[in-house]
Structures are given as structure tokens and as C-alpha cells.
Design a protein around this ligand. Sequence first.
Ligand SMILES: *[C@@H]1O[C@H](CO)[C@@H](O)[C@H](O)[C@H]1NC(C)=O
Length: 433
Amino acid sequence: MYLSFSLSWFIVYLFSFTIIPVLFASAAYDYDWVSRHLGARSPYDQDTGSSSDPILKEYDIKQMQIVSRHGTRFPNAGDKKDMIRVATTLASSKNDTVAWAKDFNPNDYPNDKFDQLTDNGEEEVYQIGLRMGKKYSQLRSEVSQVEQVKNIASNYPRTIRSGNAFIKGFFKESTIGSDIPLTTIDAEQDTTVHLTSNCPQYEKEVGKSPKEQMNAYIDKAFPPNAERLKKDLGVDLSPRDVFATLLTCAYEASIYHRVDTFCSILSKEDYIMSEYAFDVKYTNKYSYPHEINSLMACDLVKEIATDLDNAYQEKEDAPLISFKHGHSMSVLPLAARLGIHKDDFFLTADASQEQIDNRMFRTSKDDTYGSNIMFQLLNKKGTKEKFVRVLLSEVPTVLPGCDEEVCPYETFKKAVAPLLQCNREEICNGGNS
Ligand SMILES: *[C@@H]1O[C@H](CO)[C@@H](O)[C@H](O)[C@H]1NC(C)=O
């Protein structure tokens, strides 16, 4: 008995140390691994989202608010230009490992679909909604009138389509049905979803610096990666082309589940470094280094806090559930305003390797397609005690100012009070309050 047991394990042992590394060396990384390392182009992590929320054993949800990013989208014009450039360069290689480059078809990324949600992006958001609707079916069953649901999207085709898909999933199998009206906010009025709208100061302060910062990092860190590919493939690739290869891989993987093209020539290090490149860009664009980024979420935090307080006070017109279907620029400035995943250094080209490795700001986790920030107003079963819990893409987080994930309402209120002391209109027009 014992002998055969250990023999079989010995065989497993042999396999894991011989066969598997060989497989990995040739086939690089599978879709599951790749999809978790594409920075702000990562598809949603449905597995981590899971099908149940253990909080429901001890607490009832009195109100739930979700601010989310749209699903997987097509590249924009600039991305496509980069993708074609890299594909053309790779197609000139005589190395068979990139023979697929000759088959790259720019029509996979149609010009009339730039920035639009993809079909699988719609399905992705539908699946998030479907899963959340089941997970929170108790709360969902309390919706008896459409007025109890606040359902808002920014006025962009990709957020409107995402919003409709999400609602279709969330309210499937519910008594109310999925005909919940979606309100779109006019771009000229929007101060709560498409957060860079109506904020001239943002352009002035942030402008092109995010991309410049990212390129500074790529130019500094990526030359060895470019040299490796140049040597292997016998073609001229710049450090920025390596990142463009990753970006092409990201669209191939997120839209078409293809990891045997561009994704296959990248090393693990190329991915890990490109994630940091994404993070440098997005943190500068929508998060910590520029205070204006978090201040753009001033009105959004005010609205969330007011809706929570109205529910806490059991006011009749308080929404039971609130959805805001938005963008990276909705989710990241909100997280920044709340102080979530704030590093004690700014993500720049000059950060130390240790800082880079241990950073909390990670678009591969907090800014995937469909990423979301959820606020739950909780009531402890059998009591009248109320709490607020904040979740990032369905993973509970400790809100700064709270000691635990389940934060007593009064503590939450104190933590948020200073965040309500702002005047978005003044800030966005060059004032300083
Ligand atoms: C072709 O490229 C692969 C990496 O993609 C590399 O391992 C191999 O050495 C290259 N072949 C030649 C002949 O340079």
C-alpha cells in the first residue's frame, strides 16, 4: 500500500519537475495566467468574485451601491496604429516562432468600433450582473418598484451597453424583471460618473503627463527586453515596441482569447514590467500623484454618502440599490478619494524595485474591465446596529478611517466627513477649495 502510494507520487513529482517546465517553455503562459496580468486591459476576474458573500450569514444588506467600469472594449485609433506597426515588424522576421504575425488582420479591430464595447465585453458584464444578482438575491427580492433602483450610466455607448447588460443579468430570475430604466447623464452635466468631464483644471494639471511618465519608465527599464526579442527574432524592436506587443497581446487575449500570437513571445518579466507601466500611466491619469484626480470624485462621494445616510435613516426615497455604470475614470478617482490602496511613494520611473514589487496600486486587480467599488449598508441580524462595508471588485477592503472591513456606521460617517468638504466646481475651474 504505502509503496504504491509513494510510487505514484514519485511519478507525479517527476512529471511536475520535468514535463511541465518543458511545456511552459514552449507554450509560454495560458489564458488564465495572461488574463490576470494585462493591467487596465485585464478581463474581469469572475472566480474571485465568487458566487456567495459570507457576510450574509450575520448581516442583512439594507442598501447596496456599485460604481463600475464598462466591460472589455476595442482599441482606439492610437492603439491600432501601434498594433499594426508591431505586427508588420514581426512579420518581417525569419524566425518561425512568429510566423503567425503575417496573418495579423487589422480588420479584427474595425475603425468603426474604436473604444466600443466588444460582444464578449457585453457578455462579461452580463455574467458579473447574473452572478451578483444571485449572490444578493435576498436584497434583489425586496425590489418591488423600479423607483427603488438608481441606475445611471455616463453618456457613452460602451457604458450604456454595459449598464443594460449588467441589469439584464442582475435582475434575471427576479420578480421585478429586468426592465429597470437606465438614466444617462448628459456630458455637460456629468460630475459623478465620467469624472474628467466638466473639469478644465484636470487637463491643465494632468494633461499628457501620464503617458510621458509611462514612457519614461519603458525607456529606462525595457531596453534589455527589446534586446532579447531583437536577438531572437532578428528584427528591430524598440523598448516601446515591447510594450506595444503587450498591448496587442492584451487586445488579442481579452477580445479573442488568443494567447498563441503576440502573448506567446513575451516573457514573464515582460508581463510583470508592463503591468507596472500600465500602473504608472493610470495612477498619474486617475489616481494619487495628482490631487485633482481624487477631487474630481467630490460629488460622487457626496452622492454615495447621502444615499447611504438616507437609507440609514430609513427615508422612503432612499434607493435600495444604486448602480453607476462608468469608466476607469469613475472607479480609480473614487478609490483615490477614499484612500484605498494608497502607496507611500508615487509610482514613477525612478521607484526602487522593492517599491515596485510591493506596491498596492495595481490596475490588474483594481482597474480590470468591469472592476467595481461596492458599498453595503449592513444591519446585524437581530439588532439595530448598522455598518458599512466597502468591496473592490467584490473583495472586501478596510476603508481608511475604519478599523475593520465591517465598519460601524458612526465610524464610517466620521471617516467620510472630511471627504465631503470640497467644491468640485471651484476645484475644476482653478479654485482651491
Ligand atoms: C526564434 O525565437 C525564439 C523565441 O521566440 C528563440 O528561442 C529562438 O532561439 C529563435 N531562433 C533563432 C534561430 O534565432
